[in-house]
Design a protein around this ligand. Structure first.
Ligand code: ZN
Length: 353
């Protein structure tokens, strides 16, 4: 079979590989649609170190091609989505409520990390009964593929932010994860959503997904702007929750600065540089202002995937406006280049197999 692989840092290309075989609890997926992720680009640029002949990709839907002898819920021919994160559900971390960390920090992240990913004619899925979900009839593959990572991560950012009904939230960066955090905040009942973004197309989408105010950091200091927007008589300025969907030390610092005492900073950003990530001491209330910083890695699992699919099926979120470009699998290298350059207003490139 054909697979799109990483061959050392900065090197990608097609490779001929053997079709994977399922163990008793596993399934083999034949992908139909996939999305390129910024984390795929990070991987190629060395985020997880040197890799040889590693199949890339972790966001895909498709058809079950084969199941292991112990798989009960799925059969050949089923139309399914697989989570970007595929935990070992028997692990201690999963039993302790942190499946994404099964097998160590970020251990639930297996595709294109611990094992071959989904940018291939066939992909191996561990713990199939727990890591796959059937796609409802009313949901198209090109919609369902967004639940793998973008909806799961973006909505987790909003869920972890514990936004009170009618509360205020600032979402820093409106890439696909930030956009879904904005939509998630709206679905959670936020009363005021402030999106921080400078790219006009992303600002417009943010408004469609529920942002009430846009703060353009290229034109003004976002902290000053947000404090001004949230200033209220007798109340301290600042938001109940700030979401970091970028992964920059400065942005995290801004999140801490705009969050009111007692509020939550919800992080889904990936910090790819530096030995430490600094937190501004005074803005953090010298460590005692009860400004909690919560982190997460994309939640996986069948229950999670089914709930996210239900939101699409019910029309509560339409992820397809984020698909800015489409490619056939044969031209996936072009999709990668586009995602790396961030040119041409790209948000998500969709790949058809
Ligand atoms: Zn992803």
């Amino acid at each position: 079979m054909q697979a799109f692989v990483m061959n050392g840092i900065g090197e990608t290309g097609f490779a001929e590989k053997d079709r994977p075989e399922p163990g008793p609890n596993d399934a083999i997926l034949k992908p139909t649609k996939a999305l390129i992720c910024t984390s795929d680009v990070h991987t190629v640029h060395g985020a997880i170190g040197e890799r040889e002949n590693l199949t890339l990709g972790h966001e895909a839907v498709g058809v079950v091609d084969e199941v292991g002898s112990e798989v009960e819920e799925f059969a050949e021919g089923d139309r399914v989505v697989v989570g970007a994160i595929t935990p070992d559900w028997k692990s201690e971390a999963a039993q302790d409520g942190h499946p994404s960390q099964s097998g160590g920090a970020l251990g639930g992240w297996k595709f294109a990390n611990e094992k071959d990913g989904v940018f291939a004619e066939y992909a191996h899925v561990n713990d199939a009964d727990a890591n796959l979900a059937h796609i409802p009839e009313g949901v198209e593959d090109e919609e369902a593929v967004y639940v793998c990572d973008m909806l799961s991560t973006g909505f987790a950012a909003a869920e972890n932010a514990e936004i009170p009904m009618g509360g205020t939230v600032a979402v820093f960066a409106q890439g696909p994860v930030g956009l879904m955090a904005t939509r998630g905040a709206a679905l959670q009942g936020a009363g005021q959503i402030i999106a921080v973004e400078s790219v006009p197309e992303r600002q417009e989408l943010a408004r469609e997904y529920g942002a009430d105010e846009i703060v353009d950091f290229s034109e003004a200091d976002p902290v000053e702007e947000i404090l001004e927007l949230t200033a209220d008589e007798g109340e301290p300025a600042g938001v109940d929750a700030a979401i970091e969907a970028l992964g920059r030390e400065e942005t995290l610092a801004d999140c801490v600065a705009v969050t009111r005492p007692g509020g939550t900073i919800s992080n889904v950003g990936y910090y790819g540089e530096g030995e430490t990530v600094g937190i501004p001491r005074e803005a953090w209330g010298v460590g005692m202002a009860e400004k909690d910083i919560v982190t997460d890695l994309c939640p996986g699992g069948r229950v999670r995937l089914r709930r996210l699919l239900r939101l699409i099926d019910a029309g509560r979120v339409d992820p397809t406006p984020m698909t800015t470009h489409e490619f056939d699998f044969e031209n996936i290298d072009e999709a990668f280049e586009l995602m790396a350059s961030k040119e041409d207003g790209v948000i998500k490139p969709l790949v058809t197999f």
